[in-house]
Design a protein around this ligand. Sequence first.
Ligand code: PEP
Ligand code: MG
Length: 584
Amino acid sequence: MKGLGVSPGIGIGKAFIIDKGPINIIKNYVNDAEKEIDRLKAALEMAKEQLNELYISTIDELGEKEAQIFKSHEMMLEDDTFISDVEDRINREGVNAEFALNETSNVYIKMFQSIEDEYLRERSEDIKDVMNRVIRILMCISSVDFSNMEENSIIVAKDLTPSDTAQLDRTKVAAMITEVGGKTSHAAIIARIMGIPTIVGLNNITDKIKDGDTVICDGKTGKVLINPNAKQLFHYNKKKNIEDDIKNELRNQVGLPSITKDGFKVSLSANIGVPNDVDMALENDAEGIGLFRSEFIFMNRDRQPTEDEQFEQYKEVLVKMGDKPVIIRTMDIGGDKNVPYIDIPKEMNPFLGYRAIRFCLGNVEVFRTQLRAILRASVYGNVKIMIPMISTMKELKDSKKILQQAKDELKSEGIKFKNDIEIGIMIEIPSAAIISDLLAKEVDFFSIGTNDLIQYTMAVDRMNSKLSYLYSQYHPALLRLIKGIIDNAHNAGIWVGMCGEAAGDPKLIPVFVGMGLDEFSMNSPSILRSRYIVRNLNKEDMQKIARNTLDMENAIEVEEYLSCLFADENENCLKTCKNGRRQE
Ligand code: PEP
Ligand code: MG
């Protein structure tokens, strides 16, 4: 059985079915509407108290960003229009509070479900979650009880709400499987942060698995095996042991330089979305932040962050990172990243539309505010500024002009900032790759955004799962472009990094080392494995391998070639990294 893997890793254990089932809400007529409204108000207060407790405990466990969901649930319970709609219904129809609440929230849920935007549509689940909490309080029904869950449980549920997920004891949960959910649902986001292998989108899974069944869940491939045979169990246990062994062994890499056997030094950095992610980057010995996706601080809120609010967040990251470099990418909204309070007109092809620097150049105030906040924070660390989605020289020059204006403003206001901040651009559009020799003369560094460079080179929407066979980081067309970008950067005397997902791919790291890539920026958990790989390579040998891939016909050929050379990523790592030494 196969679903959508949204959090990687292997989980093996006994099924723990959560069948919250629908709550049976009976319609009753009440004599005293006012008393019923008081009962509603008391339940709302109690729900708010519960949510506040969850907010506080989640901050401790997962951080502010993940906890915000409970604040937004609390805010839903303070929505005057919604509450007065429920009260009106109680007064008008003389019905019980739980019935009135359920009827009213169904209207709102339907409204959200009809919204095209995936992120907003998924918020209907939040409304359901928060309203069910109040209804349970009104009906004195306890919410999901995880107290009798044993170690190595595989949670199987129709749906897991963020509050369910945040309550989990991660030492007992081996994996999670749900029928509903998407990659951007909050439950999936929390699962990834907690490191719990998770698969969503498995229809009727709660009917197919019974409590106590043995289940294998591969959060990377989305594969689920129910009551596996001995051979399957052996295979996945081995895979899981290898994963665990590797994680432990790789701790040996902390503190070692990222340098090949023949002395080519690279930098292994982390991609982050919010200041809290820095802790994980440091835990994994990141040598810097290669991509701070600053648009995340514009999301999950109802208005634009002020200059001061942005300044605080940038400063926090810079202070935590000390003198290590931090590349702040200016906001990249649009495409699949929508910000509710910023009105981007509906487009036929959002990924080809008003996105990133295109939006910023059309909204200079928003852009300048962000640049001012970054400049002000620059005195607290080693910041570099990076512009996303550059497709023409003019966009780059216009961006630099606005940066200069921001500097001039601060200077005239007597506000301190560093004047010699490195400016770079993402190379993620084929036109920029093709004129990278010219662009290189105007900037201090490049960072290759393979996630977008693949979609624009192959003309395939990165969100379209039907076309995923075309969306490959092994395609020679992409590799040729990357080689050209690296050469053009070096010929102009600037350094070049990569912050797309390909930078952390164990099969491609040798190729990029061969091409001379200077910096690799990836998800923090991949850093130590990548360091191990780099330290066992010979750059000179890799140059030949990189050259060979450029002459191949297609992505499959390249991937097979690299798989043969570097074996399976895990097996290879285990074979070579036992005791931190290569085992021949
Ligand atoms: C990329 O496109 O490779 C990239 C790193 O940026 P994002 O994934 O945020 O578009
Ligand atoms: Mg991109």
